[in-house]
Design a protein around this ligand. Structure first.
Ligand code: PA5
Length: 429
């Protein structure tokens, strides 16, 4: 990926960051890079995720998927970091036509609707939970299992489990002798897209796992101690510096429909990693050109408290716009849909710059397996760097864990003080 921070500089934008202050920040980037490299070398929790491109074994993942390789549909049961990486990959890349459904939420109507629409006799189940205890995932798995049983389909023949070394989901997998993969040690959920967590669904759709990992490995090679040399660090450091100057919102706006889910993945990564100790930038999901007709009004003319991040491919499959008999529309007939989208992007970027609103452009060659692997890795590295600059623990998520424990406690799944706090608050109403 290439990162252009020109429209975030103080000469163009407000709150922009000056070249001189980025040069000063670069000393902190060098120190942070040293900590990141040491963490990776020692396999320290979290930093270990940046080693995944060289550690993930695509053959092991394909072997686990082989028994269900002929399925017509795959239902992935997981939530947060156990779903969004896989969803990003299968939504962005062209697979073999396998239908993919992600059951993350536990809204009963929605779950039932999906299950009724799936061809269960030719559907495989991909259950993913690092902890193996997440209530939504375990509940949905039990519901899915029952739906298969009611339809007379042997779910044990069609289920792949990815989880940690121990826990209730591991127990279930062992009890039913299900094919299972391990979430690698030291890799937090939202950093696990490049492990079995993200790649089982990708393998079931016959995506090119090697190309995804090679793209990530190529991005890993760009990690050096200077933001002026490393695209991922340029992004992480610029976002941090802009936040320090008042850009507390980061709107991720890909100009490719296939990257819509990527924006959701990014939002989780940025929010859950950096939102600590009263710090962090609020991620917002947007999509070009659709949101030019809604959010752009705010981004250009609203408060100067935002960074808009564009992601755009240099090449895309294109389609000519047919010519028309109406003279006023003749300009469209000379163009393609791709050219129109590119013009929309250029116009939006220029209009924000003209209004002094900081924005950063991330360019991919195209949306393919190699480039997407690089993008996911690059944004993870950017986030780890930003976490170092903020001085937060990037790899923990105490607020998320609080809610998970409270939920389980409220349903009688354990004795958690978090649940007592909720019960107390409810009684006060
Ligand atoms: O990034 C994280 O740690 C979270 O978003 C988790 O991925 C999410 O809560 C699901 O957890 P688990 O994989 O343990 O079911």
């Amino acid at each position: 990926m290439d990162v252009d921070i020109g429209n975030a500089l103080a000469s163009v934008a407000s709150p922009g960051v000056s070249r001189a202050s980025l040069e000063r920040l670069d000393e902190q980037v060098a120190a942070a890079h040293g900590r990141i490299e040491r963490g990776m070398a020692d396999g320290v929790h979290g930093y270990e995720a940046l080693n995944l491109p060289g550690r993930t074994d695509p053959d092991e993942i394909r072997a686990a998927v082989a028994p269900v390789a002929d399925c017509d549909a795959l239902v992935t049961v997981g939530i947060g970091g156990s779903a969004l990486g896989a969803a990003t990959l299968v939504d962005a890349l062209e697979g073999d036509g396998t239908e993919t459904v992600f059951l993350d939420n536990v809204d009963p109507d929605w779950v039932t609707g999906h299950l009724e629409a799936l061809p269960l006799e030719s559907t495989a189940i991909n259950v993913v939970s690092r902890s193996g205890t997440t209530a939504e995932t375990l509940a949905n798995f039990l519901v899915v299992r029952e739906a298969f049983e009611s339809a007379g389909v042997d779910w044990t023949e069609r289920t792949i489990v990815t989880t940690g070394e121990s826990g209730p989901l591991r127990d279930l997998a062992d009890r039913h002798d299900l094919p299972s993969l391990r979430v690698p040690d030291g890799v937090p959920g939202r950093y696990s897209a490049l492990s079995a967590v993200g790649l089982v669904a990708a393998a079931a759709c016959n995506l090119d796992l090697e190309a995804i990992l090679e793209g990530a490995a190529a991005e890993r090679e760009t990690l050096t101690g200077s933001l002026f040399e490393c695209p991922a660090y340029a992004y992480g450091a610029t976002s941090y510096a802009l936040d320090q100057r008042g850009a507390g919102v980061n709107a991720m706006m890909p100009y490719a429909e296939s990257l819509e889910t990527y924006a959701e993945w990014f939002a989780q990564l940025w929010a859950e990693s950096l939102g600590k100790d009263d710090l962090g930038q609020t991620p917002v999901r947007a999509l070009g050109a659709t949101d030019q007709h809604s959010q752009l009004q705010l981004y250009r003319a609203g408060p100067s408290d935002k960074l808009v991040t564009f992601v755009t491919p240099r090449e895309r499959e294109d389609r000519p716009i047919p010519s028309t008999e109406v003279e006023d529309l003749a300009y469209l007939g000379d163009a393609t849909l791709g050219e129109l989208l590119e013009a929309e992007f250029e116009a939006t970027e220029a209009s924000l710059a003209a209004a002094g609103q900081p924005n950063v452009r991330i360019e991919l060659e195209r949306v393919d397996a190699h480039e997407l692997g690089g993008l996911l890795y690059g944004m993870e590295a950017a986030c780890v760097l930003a976490g170092e600059l903020y001085g937060v623990n990037t790899f923990e998520q105490p607020a998320v864990e609080w809610a998970k424990k409270a939920t389980r406690g409220l349903l009688g799944g354990g004795d958690f003080e978090e649940a007592d706090a909720v019960a107390e608050k409810t009684e006060l109403r």
